[in-house]
Design a protein around this ligand. Structure first.
Ligand code: CMC
Length: 393
């Protein structure tokens, strides 16, 4: 017996207190450590944002240089870990590789097991932020059968990732600053989002005292699903499937039909019920990138704009407060950058790692943190006695 608040899906339960990220879903406000996402996207780069999320304040220029160098120093993978890839099927989904390889980091850094040591915790955080781009890019190279490209310390975080993705040993890869900036913005916009499903997963896993690599691997597993980080991949697949403006109505009708579980991917959010401020910024970046590449008439972008317009005028979407979310546009931007659809969620994981790590550290450094242990509403059979074998049906 015992009475608990029954809240499936945690619609009205705060699982933790946190000083990191604030969201006002009705007003469309998103703040990292108090700073509006619009200002961060305009004035900061991803390294500033990482420092801010981890430390609570933006870095001075010396602090930034030192932080940036630390991240660069940790960007290589141990050669034994590089071999890990070859154990996977050659066409493995990058997220399958990420769950495995990030989890396997726990086997390489034994000191990380001691989470009571703040210096070790910080070291694990640096390693995770530094290695995720390398791990993700290698997952891509492995999938397409190209040689791994090692990280370069003369490049910025976003530049380095693009380099590891697109460089080949036989040719220099030329970085385009507009595209670098677009990727950096994707990283900033996805860096943290308070107690979303994957962050809650990281916290719950971490609440037992598990090591940070195992916890972040759990977060990556949760992020994979199409209702969460998998939505950007699902959204682009949906646009490809719709294919033409003339078929939009058919898909809108399907999404509205209560007998059909189909949903418009990239629409709706648990918290944002007015608009998703990240979607606005992403749409802006989308225009910039398509202009830069001369793709203003991109078929899928036009389709997306039209779909957005029709959905926003439809009573079904209006009454349920369903607006395009960040993933609606991030897929189009990534596609324009030349990133294939199956890599989208891995890039989300790379961006969210700093948020996961900051939230995990916040929880562990709180001396009052306890293991997360939800209760349930038992709906099974009440106590009974085992009948003799002859009487069993
Ligand atoms: N298309 C059609 N109908 C929808 C959609 C959609 N995308 N999203 C919600 N609805 C309907 C839903 O059927 C329900 O209708 P009714 O009240 O008539 O039963 C109502 O809107 C409320 O939906 P819900 O499922 O109770 O809302 P939720 O807060 O549990 O789910 C969500 C939020 C994001 C999972 C959901 O909107 C969804 O599945 N969206 C599509 C997937 C997506 O784009 N996810 C990315 C989220 S943003 C990035 C991230 O944080 O990972």
């Amino acid at each position: 017996s015992g009475m608990f608040t029954y809240d499936p899906g945690y619609i009205s339960t705060a699982s933790s207190s946190s000083e990191i990220t604030f969201i006002d879903g009705d007003e469309g406000i998103l703040l990292y450590r108090g700073y509006p996402i619009e200002q961060l996207a305009a004035q900061c780069d991803f390294i500033d944002v990482c420092y801010l999320l981890m430390n609570g304040e933006l870095p001075t220029s010396e602090q930034k240089t030192s932080f940036d160098n630390t991240i660069k120093n940790h960007s290589m993978l141990h050669e034994q870990l590089v071999k890990f890839y070859t154990g996977f099927r050659r066409d493995a989904h990058p997220m399958a590789l990420m769950v495995g390889v990030v989890g396997a980091l726990s086997a390489f850094y034994h000191e990380a097991m001691d989470i009571t040591n703040a210096a070790h915790r910080e070291q694990s955080a640096f390693r995770l932020i530094a290695k995720l781009p390398t791990i993700a890019a290698m997952a891509y190279k492995y999938n397409i059968g190209q040689p791994f490209i090692y990280p370069r310390n003369n490049l910025s975080y976003a530049e380095n990732f693009l380099h590891m993705m697109f460089a080949v040993p036989t040719e220099e890869y030329k970085l385009n600053p507009v595209l670098v900036r677009a990727l950096d913005r994707i990283l900033i916009l996805h860096a943290d989002h308070e107690q979303n499903a994957s962050t809650s997963t990281v916290r719950l896993a971490g609440s037992s005292g598990a090591n940070p690599y195992a916890c972040i691997s759990a977060g990556i597993a949760c992020l994979w699903g199409p209702a969460h980080g998998g939505a950007n991949e699902a959204c682009l697949n949906m646009l490809e499937e719709i294919g033409d403006v003339s078929r939009i109505d058919e898909y809108i009708q399907r999404a509205k039909n209560k007998d059909d579980p189909y949903r418009l991917m990239g629409f709706g959010h648990r918290v944002y019920k007015n608009f998703d401020p990240r979607a606005k910024l992403m749409r802006e970046t989308c225009h910039e990138v398509l202009n830069e590449l001369g793709l203003q008439n991109d078929r899928l972008f036009k389709l997306a704009l039209q779909l957005e317009k029709i959905a926003l005028e439809d009573e079904y979407f209006i009454s349920r407060k369903l607006y395009p979310n960040v993933d609606f546009y991030s897929g189009i931007v990534q596609r324009a950058l030349g990133i294939p659809t199956f890599m989208f969620t891995a890039i989300f994981a790379m961006a969210r790692t700093v948020g996961w790590v900051a939230q995990w550290s916040e929880m562990i450094s709180d001396p009052n943190h306890r293991i997360g242990r939800p209760r349930q509403l038992y709906t099974g059979i009440t106590m009974r006695n085992i009948p003799s074998a002859a009487l069993r049906k």
